[in-house]
Design a protein around this ligand. Structure first.
Ligand code: BEZ
Ligand code: FE
Length: 297
């Protein structure tokens, strides 16, 4: 027997990493090997007790059990630990002339209804009226007519339509818009409110145990697509929202925050079909062209 091949506290990570077969897919070997090394280093660092190991297994088991067709507690766990945003940020690192991305979130679960530019997406009209305008182009400055801008948001009380099927109109605060000849889009809505992520599962208990609030600052989701361009998943954040500096899922990027300015102009409000005063925000979107011709930097 070769004693150096036996599992000890010192050799543990090397021994497990070496057990991965020669013919293992190279990427799997790299990822799993690294995971094992970090996991073993972590266990040694905190000197994990048996009770803590059992609690961790119990927590992960409950996290899996909390998942169903409409709820993904593992993604929520990844979100509140900052892993989702880290993966997102790493994978969009090279695209620094384009609009920054952020997490998709769980509420894009139904198809947004196609709408005309300028439509009101707040079907019950409840809340502070607002006007959202923007333009879609690529990093070369080319306007993108015919781009699809899919938007969804929480209500002025902080709920998505799917969370209140008996309260909000069907497909409230959702819309699929197509940009005009200049790549422009605009729609009318209400200012969304901040809201808590689901807290009635194991992730909620984790937040409570670590004295963290469960809230996301007010935002409007956008999924922007155009032929020949990389799809973009992002948010438009409301600058004066509570929790703008402490998003529970770490999704805020400075470039995505906009002032929703107050406009007191009865004549303009009347022409727009909005109540007066109203709020207004502008959000230009820059997509990454996949034509293969990189823009000189
Ligand atoms: C959301 O913005 O819809 C969201 C994102 C991550 C977790 C929960 C909700
Ligand atoms: Fe959201």
């Amino acid at each position: 027997m070769d004693a150096s091949s036996l599992f000890t506290e010192e050799t543990s990570a090397d021994i497990v990493a070496a057990s991965l077969g020669e013919d293992t897919d190279p990427r799997l070997k790299r990822v799993l090997g690294s995971l094992v090394r970090h996991l073993h280093a972590f266990v040694k660092d905190v000197e994990l007790t048996n009770e803590e190991w059992e609690a961790a297994i119990g927590f992960l088991t409950e996290t899996g059990q909390a998942c169903d067709d409409v709820r993904q507690e593992f993604i929520l766990l990844s979100d509140v630990l900052g892993v989702s945003m880290l993966v997102e940020t790493i994978n969009n690192r090279a695209l620094d002339l384009t609009t920054e991305s952020t997490v998709l979130g769980p509420f894009h679960m139904v198809e947004s209804p196609p709408r005309q530019l300028g439509d009101l997406i707040a079907l019950d009209g409840k809340g502070e009226p607002c006007l959202i305008t923007g333009r879609v182009r690529n990093e070369k400055g080319t306007a993108l007519p015919g781009a699809r801008v899919d938007v969804w948001q929480a209500s002025s009380e902080g709920y998505y339509d799917v969370q209140q099927p008996d309260v909000q109109p069907h497909r409230n605060l959702r819309g699929l818009f197509t940009t005009d000849d200049d790549g422009g889009f605009w729609f009318r809505s209400v200012v969304p409110r901040y809201y808590p992520v689901p807290t009635d599962g194991p992730v909620g208990r984790l937040l409570e145990a670590t004295h963290r609030h469960p809230n996301r600052p007010a935002h409007i989701h956008l999924l922007v697509t155009a032929e020949g361009h990389r799809p973009l998943v992002t948010h438009l954040f409301v600058k004066d929202s509570p929790f703008i500096d402490s998003d529970v899922v770490f999704g805020v990027k400075e470039s995505l925050v906009r002032d929703f300015v107050s406009v007191d102009d009865p004549e303009r409000a009347r022409r727009l079909g909005l109540g007066n005063p109203f709020r207004s925000a502008h959000f230009d979107v820059v997509l990454h062209s996949e034509s293969g011709q990189e823009t000189p930097r």
